[in-house]
Design a protein around this ligand. Sequence first.
Ligand code: CDP
Length: 209
Amino acid sequence: MSAAPFTVAIDGPAAAGKGTIARAIAAHFGYAHLDTGLLYRAVGARVLDGADPIDAARALDPTALEDSRLRTADVAQAASEVAVIPEVRAALLAFQRGFARRPGGAVLDGRDICTVIYPDAEAQLFVTASADVRAERRWAELRAKGDMRTLAEVLEDVEARDARDSARDAAPMKPAPGARVLDTSELSIDAAVAAAIAHVTACGGRAAP
Ligand code: CDP
């Protein structure tokens, strides 16, 4: 049995389905999963509480990210505001790189995994969908948690975050040259997961025995 590192790197805009696909790949292949958005959300949450973003990023314990408040829309906006700060990104880099090379395989999802964090990842995906479809998905998720903002408000949030994430100088979101682009606008979850697993398998990913 080999515990050799194997990295699956997944990037893409808000609510494109990255998290669902990343979790499914991790379960299928027996790899560890890191939702890197939670790192930025944790820093954003601390800034909403009054902390300095760079201090908060440097002091973050990246293994303690289990706070349900991190999933709120306000924290998402705060996350994308702190994510433009190069020192914040730098403080979170070593943990992500180490995670990518852990023995036994790793799946990381975010905005800059293929482009900056681990460009040598054996399997790379850019998961996307139209802004309307993504806003509807996020709207349904937020409603299920009791957040009653309107679809139009959610679309505005998603578009503002996309614009900020793509336009920033530090690690802007964009498809890496080696990434397979997977547009999930018209795909069911099962079909999107199947396409992603097929790509990882084609790149040499093997399910743990
Ligand atoms: O779940 P959703 O796609 O809405 O957001 P997320 O992945 O939790 O990321 C929240 C914010 O963190 C994004 O809008 C980005 O600004 C930032 N982020 C980043 O800059 N780099 C990453 N690798 C992951 C997230």
